[in-house]
Design a protein around this ligand. Structure first.
Ligand code: IPM
Ligand code: MN
Length: 345
C-alpha cells in the first residue's frame, strides 16, 4: 500500500490555522489505501526566543526523513528582520537544493482582480531558488560610516542556471500553449544576463516545439498588469522571481490564493510547499486567514509526489469554491470544511 510521510511546519501567526485546513483537505482527498503519516515541527519565533535556534543540524537531519514538507509561515515582529528568513527559510531552500521555486498564477472565475475587465491569467513562474543575490555573498567595509561600501554579489552558475532553465522548458512543453518567457535584465546585468540568455538559447534548440520569448524584468512588470494573457511559463532568477511573483499574486486574486513549491525535482531531499503569504500576525488566531493558498500548495505537493488526480481535484474544488464565494465572509475553518467536503470522493 502507498504512504505519504509528511513533515508539518505550522510556524508563526496564521501559519498553524492555515496548515490545519491544508491537512484537513489533504486527508479528505487521499484515497483510502494511502497512509498519511505526519510529524509536526515547532520551528519559528517561539522556538527562537526559547532556545536562540532557528534550525539546527539535527533538525535538518530529521527533516530529511520526510518525503515533503508543508510549511505555514515563519516570521514575527519580535524577531529581528532577516534572522528567521536566513536562519530558517533560505537555509532550508539552500540545504535541500530547492532550485525550482514554482509559483502558479491563475485567475479563477469570480475572483476579483485590480486589473480592468477579467483578463485570462494562467501562467506559472519558475523562480530559481538557490542562487542569484540570495546567496549572502557580499560584505560591507567601513560599516556604519559615511564611507561605507556594501556589495551584494549575485551568484549564477552555468550548472544552476541550466538545470532550472531545463525544468522550465520541460514544464512549458507539457502545457497546451508551450510558451516560455525568460525574464532578466541582460541590457544592464551583462555577466549574469548573458549567462542566462546563452543557456536559455542553447536549451531552446532541444525544445523546438516550445515558443520562446525574452523580456527585461521592468517590461515584464508592465505586461503582467497590461497583458498578463501573454504569459504561459516564465523562468527567472531568484530576486526577479521574488518580486514578479508578488505582483503576479496581486493581479490574480491576491496572496490569499497564491501557492508555491520549493522543489528539488530529483527528490534527493524533501521539497517544501508553502503559501506565498507571510504569518500575518495582525490577524493571527482570529479565524480570518484564508487557507486557500495553503490548500493550493497541498495540490502542488501532491502533484510533486505523483498524485496528479488528487491535485486536480483540489484545484477544481478551489476553483468552484472561489467562483461561488461572492462577498460572503467565512472563517478559516469554514473555508477548509467547504474544500474538504468538495474533494471528498
Ligand atoms: C518569499 C519571501 C522570501 C523570499 C523571504 C521571506 C526571505 O519573500 O518566499 O517570496 O524573499 O524568498
Ligand atoms: Mn517574496
Amino acid at each position: 500500500s502507498r504512504s505519504i510521510n509528511l513533515a508539518l511546519i505550522p510556524g508563526d501567526g496564521i501559519g498553524p490555522e492555515v496548515v490545519a485546513q491544508g491537512l484537513k483537505v489533504l486527508s479528505a482527498v487521499l484515497p483510502q489505501d494511502v497512509k498519511l503519516e505526519t510529524k509536526e515541527f515547532d520551528f519559528g519565533a517561539k522556538r527562537y526566543h526559547a532556545t536562540g535556534e532557528t534550525l539546527t543540524d539535527a533538525d535538518v537531519e530529521a527533516l530529511k526523513q520526510y518525503e515533503a514538507i508543508l510549511l505555514g509561515a515563519i516570521g514575527d515582529p519580535s524577531v529581528p528582520s532577516g534572522v528567521l528568513e536566513r536562519g530558517f527559510l533560505l537555509k532550508l531552500r539552500f540545504l535541500f537544493d530547492h532550485h525550482v521555486n514554482l509559483r502558479p498564477s491563475k485567475l479563477m472565475p469570480g475572483v476579483s482582480t485590480p486589473l480592468k475587465g477579467q483578463p485570462e491569467i494562467d501562467f506559472i513562474v519558475i523562480r530559481e531558488g538557490t542562487e542569484g543575490p540570495y546567496t549572502g555573498n557580499g560584505g560591507s567595509i567601513r560599516t556604519g560610516t559615511p564611507q561605507e561600501v556594501a556589495t551584494e554579489v549575485s551568484v549564477n552558475t552555468a550548472f544552476g542556471v541550466e538545470r532550472v532553465v531545463r525544468d522550465a522548458f520541460a514544464r512549458a512543453q507539457a502545457r497546451p500553449r508551450k510558451k516560455l518567457t525568460l525574464v532578466h535584465k541582460n541590457n544592464v546585468l551583462s555577466f549574469a544576463g548573458h549567462l542566462w540568455t546563452n543557456i536559455f538559447n542553447k536549451v531552446a534548440a532541444e525544445f523546438p516545439d516550445v515558443t520562446t520569448d525574452y523580456l527585461h524584468v521592468d517590461a515584464a512588470t508592465i505586461f503582467l498588469v497590461t497583458d498578463p494573457a501573454r504569459f504561459d511559463v516564465i523562468v527567472t532568477d531568484n530576486l526577479f522571481g521574488d518580486i514578479i511573483t508578488d505582483l503576479a499574486a496581486a493581479v490574480s486574486g491576491g496572496i490569499g490564493v497564491a501557492a508555491s513549491g520549493n522543489i528539488n525535482p530529483s527528490r534527493e531531499f524533501p521539497s517544501m510547499f508553502e503559501p506565498v503569504h507571510g504569518s500575518a500576525p495582525d490577524i493571527a488566531g482570529q479565524g480570518k486567514a484564508d487557507p486557500t493558498a495553503t490548500v493550493l500548495s497541498v495540490a502542488l505537493l501532491l502533484r510533486h509526489l505523483g498524485y496528479e488526480a488528487e491535485a486536480v481535484r483540489i484545484e477544481d474544488a478551489v476553483s468552484a469554491d472561489l467562483s461561488e464565494r461572492g462577498d460572503t465572509t467565512r472563517t478559516t475553518e469554514e473555508i477548509g470544511d467547504a474544500l474538504a467536503g468538495r474533494v471528498a470522493g
